[in-house]
Design a protein around this ligand. Sequence first.
Ligand code: TYM
Length: 326
Amino acid sequence: MGKRMFTGLQPSGQSLHIGNYLSAIKGVLALQDTHECILCVVDYHAITVPYDPNVLRRFTLNIATEYLAAGVDPERVTMMVQSDVPEHTELAWLMGCLMPVPKFEQLPTYKDKRARYGTASFGLLAYPILMAADILIYKAHTVPVGRDQLPHIEFAREVARKFNHTFGETFPEPEARINAGAYIPSLDGKGAMSKSAKNGSIDLSDTANTVQDKLARAVTDPARVRRTDPGEPHNCPVYAIHVCYTPQGMLAQLAQGCREAAIGCLECKRILAQEIISDLAPLQARRRELLARPQRVREILAQGAATARPRARETLSEVRQRMGLD
Ligand code: TYM
């Protein structure tokens, strides 16, 4: 097993949403048999914007619980919390010294969050170098992510190239792994589904009723004002989610029904709600069991950090030596 995979998710919401699940978590599930896998709750990334310490603690445990509920096998995947392996931040400092400031300022996440909060911490600016360090410290080859993370993966590749060029061949250039769920739109029609936007997301913790309610309120193709107006599925966020859940035959029928106004949006949403509810049911049953055993989840995270740390130390000492710091 030569290939390594790393990915991370921020504990910035009380539950993951289906976008996180379909892109990153399903990516891990697809690789856990063939790759050496490390899956991280990136708490140091979550503190780059204003947050509440007590809430962060709870979210960190919840997100780890959801990894397990989704089917991540802790026997095969090293599951850890970023701040339990502080070598990540030391590597981030070392790598940060290689990269010019304008590269950081150009990244879309930085620009978006600075605009949203009206200001930016140094941590928010430095965010991509910590993400690069997360990946490079394990010399990971593959990084399953959603589409929004592609600029950050490109940045990490640049960091690897720069380091290799300056100090000698050390890191593989990590590659993003993108699948069909790489971009799940928000139900309110405003950009991508996100953990912080209320009602714009379907969360792994949502009950059947909540899924139905949220979908009932979701925006669809704006051209379909009345039931009799034909629509274009590719302009509809609900259809974009259908693509990830609904079998091909039914999907083709829905697309045709929409274009011919033979099916209404409500019916189309009802079908999607059923697909999502039945997909989430086994995950939610495991989630409930695990929420009752937080100590078990903490043990898995402690074990994960104990496995990851020597690996991280090894890379760090190689880097320190190459940089003349040993
Ligand atoms: P985060 O926590 O914002 O998102 C976690 C993962 O979910 C994906 N994602 C989506 N996929 C499809 N549709 C959406 N609407 C959607 N929203 C989010 C993200 O692309 C991501 O894969 N910077 C990262 C966390 C991170 C990381 C890393 C990832 C830190 N270090 C190292 C990979 C490798 C982030 O904020 O993800």
